[in-house]
Design a protein around this ligand. Sequence first.
Ligand SMILES: [Zn+2]
Length: 258
Amino acid sequence: MFGFKKWRRKRLLNKSFSDDQLISLKKNVPYYQHLPAHLQKKLVGLTQIFLDEKRFEGCAGLEITDDIRVSIAAQASILLLGTEDLSYFYEDLRSVLVYPKTYVAKVKQRNNGIFVEEGFEQRHGEAWSHGYVILAWNEVQQGASDIRDGENLVFHEFAHQLDYEYGATDQIEQDYEESHFLSWARIIGSEYQQFLKSIEQNQQTLIDEYGATNPAEFFAVVTELFFEKPKELKSKHPKLYNQLKDFYQQDPAAYFKY
Ligand SMILES: [Zn+2]
């Protein structure tokens, strides 16, 4: 059964897009244009796997179009560009639920003595199980349109998905200095603690203050920077950058053309 799945994925990885799909990709995911040719090709293949395996469900009257499918599938697949092993592909994810726009009012909540703005995803976190990612289409479009602002909803939410599946930030909050995941937990943990201090001291930070919510949000927020502001992240937080490079098995600071 499993061998068959991998075989199918290998075939899909070599499948090209139709002309319409390629137009949709270029229109909706400008990140694609900034990738070197071999990664463009790989992204198309990974996107095919995503489209083949994951379901999309329109919510609140939204009709799912090819633009929506291609945009979300391709951006989610950027996180997996470094993978050589096709046995993993967001295994626990079954469906992507898409709302037309953000419909939950923003609220403020106190966390770690810091006020952070909580929006869409946090309110849906309660109903969230590993099988679903919930997105607002207007925010997906906004996140995709500017590939250098360090903000991308799809990168953020799929970083959470990876985190849930791998337990990437589990070790960070408690005893990160003692953790068995030595360099990962120590480095991410100490970067997170330093970041909390900078926020408490009202310092300007490259990392958005939303990352101060908890280690899982920190990981999601720095993932957005890793892909959209890789050079800045590498120069300001080289150790953190290197850990993410290991985790994602890719080096956007080297390949990302801008
Ligand atoms: Zn989040």
